[in-house]
Design a binder for this molecule. Structure first.
Ligand code: NAD
Length: 476
């Protein structure tokens, strides 16, 4: 049984209730987490506040950095254990689970080094004045995390917030808590004071809502669906609490006729099948210039047919989806496609070893998807790639921008001037030219425009969001 982690102690919820933890590979329960309530959140916020008012703010920036580095080292030492937890909890193939644990360590390494490099400025003003700015932490930050990349999103969000001097209350997804509870324990072992990182598990509408509403929370970092993002924004507006929203996407891969297709094909495939397509920045639309449309569809189709799906521990191309409702969601999209006469070009194979009770879905390639169809407009959040053709650069831009999202875009062309024009014209938070990062590296600011959210996490830029600027003017 897993407990909450508050003030460096493992604590049962005051509710006395628990929730089962389900293994997506076989659909069976194997552990329990706490089904916490608003009193648990209150205890966590108080612990975080005491830490912020006490030991955390008493550290120099360099000392804070050393503690975050110690945590990074601890995480690296426990990579296999953390990857195994996340694999069972989220159904991640081994390679993906290990990559996520390595990224978590790297986030803390990056932000450890950033702690003592964050500073304000001196400003020119009127004669006789000295004016400067300080970057101050918000205080206690709330972090609401989804299930698709728990370790990575915890790393980028909590890593940045701690580096900027905040103390954190974290609400993981009810579907993916195990690795984060363990990371909080490792943080205590690494020497972080009690209250710096607190983990409270449970349902979003119960404990997530309580966190977003708590008057002791000074900033909310929310990563999740656009619909819950709207609720968070509304709740936070009641008390004018600043929010960072990292929401969904319908990211295009735009492939011009002059592209290096041998380089593009494996990247385009990976961008939609990585983590079973359950990635906010999944390249879920492929826009192909007309002269190469049929030929490229053929090649993509062959690659799709070679994809194998099975239990996470088999470490195939794709693992199970997170839960039955997610599987049902993908089925609903696919039956809509069928009803609309959208051609299914190719699909991968679910291996025989996959238990029927697991949540499997073979990757699917669909062709000629109309731009306003929901397959081209909404997040499927499964391994489904929608292809459509474009006739020229203007048409490519029009299609790329024709959704309510704007998270990431990929552009494939050898023409340098076109690379720059496309980078400028596509509306998204990140643009990759002749590569695709599905979120990119730890160092690269990440976030969206339009309904993909606002604010940036990752990179040094995130530290500005986790601080508030104070201007000091002295007349002397
Ligand atoms: P979700 O919105 O259902 O849940 C996200 C988190 O919010 C969970 O911890 C959940 O318990 C909590 N929550 C739910 N209802 C709440 C409420 N009323 N008040 C407070 N908290 C609440 O999203 P999900 O299904 O876990 O994740 C998938 C979504 O996340 C997709 O839309 C995906 O694109 C998005 N996502 C975005 C990014 C990004 O960086 N832009 C990264 C990963 C996932």
């Amino acid at each position: 049984m897993q407990l909450n982690f508050i003030d460096n102690s493992a604590i049962a919820s005051l509710s006395g209730r628990t929730l089962p933890v389900i293994d997506p590979s076989d659909g069976q329960p194997f552990d329990e987490i706490q089904r916490s309530n608003e009193r648990d959140i209150d205890a966590a916020v108080r612990a975080a506040r005491e830490c912020f008012d006490g030991p955390w703010s008493a550290l120099s920036a360099a000392e804070r950095g050393r503690l975050l580095m110690a945590l990074s080292v601890k995480i690296s030492e426990h990579t296999e254990e953390l990857a195994a937890l996340e694999q069972r909890d989220c159904g991640k193939p081994t390679k993906q689970a290990r990559a996520d644990a390595a990224a978590l360590a790297r986030y803390f390494e990056f932000y450890a080094g950033a702690c003592d490099k964050l500073h304000g400025e001196t400003l020119p003003y009127q004669p006789g004045y000295s004016v400067f700015t300080w970057r101050e932490p918000h205080g206690v930050t709330g972090h609401i995390i989804p299930w698709n990349y728990p370790m990575q999103i915890f790393g980028r969000s909590v890593g940045g917030a701690l580096a900027a001097g905040n103390c954190c209350v974290v609400k993981p997804s009810e579907d993916a808590c195990l690795s984060l509870i363990r990371v909080a324990q490792l943080a205590a072992e690494a020497g972080l004071p009690g209250g710096a990182i607190n983990i409270v598990t449970g349902y979003g509408h119960e404990v997530g809502d309580a966190l977003a509403r708590h008057p002791g929370i000074d900033h909310i970092s929310f990563t999740g669906s656009p619909s819950v993002g709207t609720i968070i924004q509304q709740v936070a507006a009641e008390r004018h609490c600043p929010v960072t929203l990292e929401l969904g996407g319908k990211s295009p891969q735009i492939i011009f006729a002059d592209a290096d297709l041998d380089a593009a094909i494996p990247v385009v495939i990976n961008a939609i099948v990585q983590n079973g397509g359950q990635t906010c920045s999944a390249g879920s639309r492929v826009l192909i210039e007309q002269p190469i449309y049929e030929g490229l569809l053929d090649r993509l189709g062959q690659a799709f047919e070679a994809l194998r799906v099975g239990p996470a521990a088999m470490d195939l191309d794709v693992g199970p989806l997170i839960r039955q409702t997610q599987q049902q969601r993908v089925w609903d999209f696919l039956s809509d496609a069928q009803a609309s006469g959208i051609p299914l070009v190719a699909q991968g194979v679910v291996v025989e070893e996959a238990p029927e009770s697991g949540f499997y879905q073979a990757p699917v390639l669909l062709a000629d998807v109309p731009v306003m169809h929901r397959l081209a407009q909404e997040e499927v959040f499964g391994p489904v790639l929608s292809a459509m053709s474009f006739k020229d650069e203007d048409h490519a831009v029009e299609l790329a921008n024709a959704t309510r999202f704007g998270l990431v875009a990929g552009v494939w062309t050898q023409n340098g001037a076109r690379q720059l024009r496309m980078a400028r014209r596509v509306r998204s938070g990140q643009v990759f030219i002749n590569n695709y990062g599905a979120g990119g590296g730890v160092e690269l600011p990440f976030g969206g425009v339009k309904s993909s959210g606002y604010g940036r996490e990752k990179g040094f830029e995130a530290l500005y969001g986790f601080t508030t600027l104070k201007t000091v003017a002295i007349k002397a």
